[in-house]
Design a protein around this ligand. Structure first.
Ligand code: FPP
Length: 251
């Protein structure tokens, strides 16, 4: 079971038990799996496996808190530079977790959405991902967005190409391209605005993740390595968010 039963989602204007606001959309750069494994003398895949467990815990905590969308950076468009064996391990893990978790996700009313171009993955993995997306498409309790072969610059390039094609075809006036027109072409179209972006493992970078969407997100960098990040750590992140003052460029 992913969520504890009978706890209704508080909704977009949600207020946490401590009185602060609950972010509608939280994204996570799950960093530190390799170091976690190395510190224990284990192969890197053991860190990724434990990282997938952390993802499961955080999804549960997010659902219980009333977060509408949780976005996880599982494989960046730059991760192809890793050794083939590690890439295969990550693909294998993804397959394993979709196989093991899909029924639970569906039963809990969670919709799976993919950011990025997972068609570049092994055909069996890409097909499994497509089937999982299709099966959960009608769910409305919460969205789990997983970034696979995703990069923020690439996402903006693809959006620009689509808009330029429409402009060249004469169906879109260049002067009418505004924020909303660009947002509608991003992989995140239709998701709530990004409120909170968390990166674990003490690194202070965006690493090409959600570059457009992070414009007014609160950024939270924590030292915990991703495999050690759990429900309590996530609730700590929500408490930090609730304590922030957001001004969106105003005073
Ligand atoms: C970064 O740690 C993590 C990744 C590149 C992969 C994240 C993947 C998972 C958590 C597992 C699969 C996820 C799902 C949703 C099934 P790193 O390897 O860069 O760590 P390091 O910086 O310590 O080397």
């Amino acid at each position: 079971m992913i969520f504890r039963p009978a706890k209704a989602r508080p909704g977009p204007e949600a207020v946490a038990e401590d009185g602060g606001a609950v972010p509608r959309h939280v994204a996570v750069i799950m960093d530190g799996n390799g170091r976690w494994a190395q510190a224990r003398g284990l192969p890197r895949v053991a860190g990724h496996r434990q990282g997938a467990e952390a993802a499961r815990k955080v999804l549960r905590a997010a659902g219980e808190a009333g977060v509408e969308c949780l976005t996880l950076y599982a494989f960046s468009s730059e991760n192809w530079r890793r050794p083939e064996a590690e890439i295969n391990d990550l693909m294998g893990l993804l397959r394993f977790y979709i196989g093991a978790e899909l029924n639970a996700l569906h039963k809990e009313g969670i919709r799976l959405k993919i950011l990025g171009d997972h068609k570049a993955f092994r055909a069996d993995v890409a097909k499994m991902v497509d089937q999982a997306v299709e099966r959960t498409a009608g769910n409305g309790r919460m969205t789990l967005a997983v970034a696979l072969n995703y990069g923020g610059r690439g996402e903006l390039v693809r959006a620009a190409q689509r808009l330029a094609a429409r402009a060249a075809a004469g169906t879109l006036a260049p002067a009418s391209i505004d924020d909303a027109a660009i947002e509608a072409e991003l992989d995140t179209a239709g998701l709530p605005p990004l409120d909170l972006l968390i990166r674990t493992s003490g690194e202070h970078r965006l690493s090409n993740f959600l570059l457009w969407q992070a414009a007014y997100a609160e950024l939270l960098f924590v030292d915990t390595l991703w495999p050690d990040f759990d429900e309590e750590a996530f609730r700590g992140a929500l408490a930090a968010f609730a304590g922030r003052q957001r001004r969106f460029g105003g005073r």
